[in-house]
Design a protein around this ligand. Sequence first.
Ligand SMILES: Nc1nc2c(c(=O)[nH]1)N[C@H]1C(S)=C(S)[C@@H](COP(=O)(O)O)O[C@H]1N2
Ligand SMILES: [Mo]
Length: 327
Amino acid sequence: MPKPPPNPPSSEITPEAVYADRRRFLKNAALFAATAAGAGAGLVWLTGGLKPGSRATPRAGEPTRTGARARGPYDTGEPQTPFEAVTTYNNFYEFGSNKDDPSRLSGAFRTRPWTVVVEGEVRRPQTFDVDALLAAFPAQDRIYRMRCVEAWSMVIPWRGFPLGDLLRRAEPTSNARYVAFTSILDPKEMPGQRRGYLEWPYVEGLRLDEALHPLTILASGLYGRPLPNQNGAPLRLVVPWKYGFKGIKSIVRIALTREQPPTTWNVAGPDEYGFYANVNPAVDHPRWSQATERRIGEVARRPTLPFNGYADQVAGLYAGMDLARYF
Ligand SMILES: Nc1nc2c(c(=O)[nH]1)N[C@H]1C(S)=C(S)[C@@H](COP(=O)(O)O)O[C@H]1N2
Ligand SMILES: [Mo]
């Protein structure tokens, strides 16, 4: 296998890979600086000390000053990464490998009509129209940390529903041990799929108990709005204690399986990206440290927490496992 592609050519981790992206990176940096200097946001965005009403980002669905939505048991109270950054600093290789490619190149992508198939080791396989699916499983708001394997992180207010609700509806058989997810294959509409960065379609997987965990959601929105295309419309996975690449976007198929399914980044670089991909500051990536991270919008690096800060809820899933081996 050729040397796995960097995931992705990030400026601070693989400087040698950045040459081609230099121009776009500078544009991104300029955008961030502009946002930081923007009306009312000021230093707040740089320090992460956002206050409600102090920035020029959408507020629909966020907790308001009047306390319309109380913080839920699954919400972090940390400052949310501005909408502008969440929707312009993306990894979605189907649209290209630069951070601003997905927002620049996914605008015309059609996410309706859209069907999601649930099949495999289930008693009730089903094909859903995505709007029917979203109507059947009422959305909840979840403010989660997201930690990319490239050592940057964000705080994102998602809207979605627990994956477990859908899986239980499908009635997994006693053979079901894993869940395999598949993104859409559409090289005509997705320029990145006409290039060989990765094998397409993008695929991911979870162990069934991980998939059933209440923190694991299928998201259809963020910041109280429908999910922007660049963030994985119309439906994407969010598993907040794992590296971001587990959060597969634009899902068309969910299959319950007996065997551990292949996953895109693990196939591309088995020594660099594991199947489990639990956020773990003690297990470095072969080419960089995972001990700290850069929270987008902040200057100082912060320590990376085991399981991305969700250890109380999820560490039990891995009792007795060697997490350096099953990374
Ligand atoms: N189909 C697909 N899903 C994907 C990716 C991708 O390239 N293709 N990138 C992953 C990576 S590496 C990360 S960090 C997150 C980024 O999600 P965001 O752009 O919404 O922040 O999406 C993940 N899901
Ligand atoms: Mo990532």
